[in-house]
Write a protein of this length. Structure first.
Length: 252
């Protein structure tokens, strides 16, 4: 199985899994044109679509794709029922396609009904986790997002994080401002700056590495707690996460 990223809009990635017979699964097609172009150029045969949440930059291309390929099954959370979903899925259920079994688990925070799909080693996490960061809280609470990230953090080390935006440079700039003496963060920030200067992708990423450089996965880390305690004394991890997310929201 080959994993392909298709750029969309300004900084989105539409992920595609393609098997040896050129059959493919499309994840969060925010727009159809680049996907249809890739299908034509590579003679892919779309078998299904996975949706993580209802935002337009993740679902906007569904209608055109289904019009071109009426047999497509579109899987998504209940919040995507009016976005083209044909089969609503929720936590604890599985999606079977192309010989892969995708476990579905709920990751509210960015939106109330956001879900992720995991089939070793692939995790399609939409806007829940980004490299070096996490999604904004448009509908959910800090506590919900913290628990969602804990679910992801419990996956195997070699999990391949396939998030939906190229936000890594900005996220690492923020991380470096929070923990300026952290060698892993500084080294990765330098690497990301070099990649982006060449207009190269920073994704996907390995969860094992992400645990070292993503401050949102390090809420219980001593260095981060000490940093937070310079401004306030927060005992609960959910409160520390809320503090950190607020700092990121206002970071420039």
């Amino acid at each position: 199985m080959n994993l392909i990223s298709i750029p969309a809009f300004q900084d989105n990635y539409i992920w595609v899994l393609v098997d040896d017979d050129c059959r493919c699964i499309i994840v969060d097609p925010g727009e159809s044109a680049p996907v249809l172009q890739a299908i034509r150029e590579n003679s892919w045969q779309p078998e299904g679509i996975l949706l993580t949440h209802h935002h337009h930059d993740h679902v906007g291309g569904v209608g055109d794709l289904v019009a071109q390929f009426p047999h497509l099954e579109v899987y998504g959370p209940a919040e995507t029922q009016d976005k083209g979903t044909t089969r609503v899925v929720k936590e604890g259920e599985n999606v079977l396609m192309l010989g892969y079994e995708f476990s579905v688990f709920a990751t509210p925070g960015h939106t109330s009904g956001h879900i992720c799909y995991y089939s070793k080693p692939y995790l399609f996490c939409g806007d829940t986790l980004f490299s070096g960061g996490c999604g904004r809280l448009f509908e959910g609470t800090p506590a919900e997002m913290y628990q969602s990230l804990q679910k992801i953090n419990a996956l195997p080390d070699e999990t391949l994080i396939c998030c939906a935006h190229e936000y890594t440079l900005g996220n690492m700039k923020f991380a470096a401002s929070i923990l300026p003496d952290d060698r892993a963060i500084q080294d990765y920030y330098h690497k990301v700056k070099e990649l982006r200067a060449k207009n190269q992708n920073t994704l996907p990423v390995i969860l094992k590495n992400e645990r070292e450089i993503n401050v949102f996965l390090r809420i219980n880390d001593t260095d981060l707690i000490n940093k937070i305690n310079q401004e306030t004394n927060l005992q609960q991890p959910e409160a520390r996460f809320a503090w950190l997310r607020s700092k990121k929201d206002n970071f420039r």
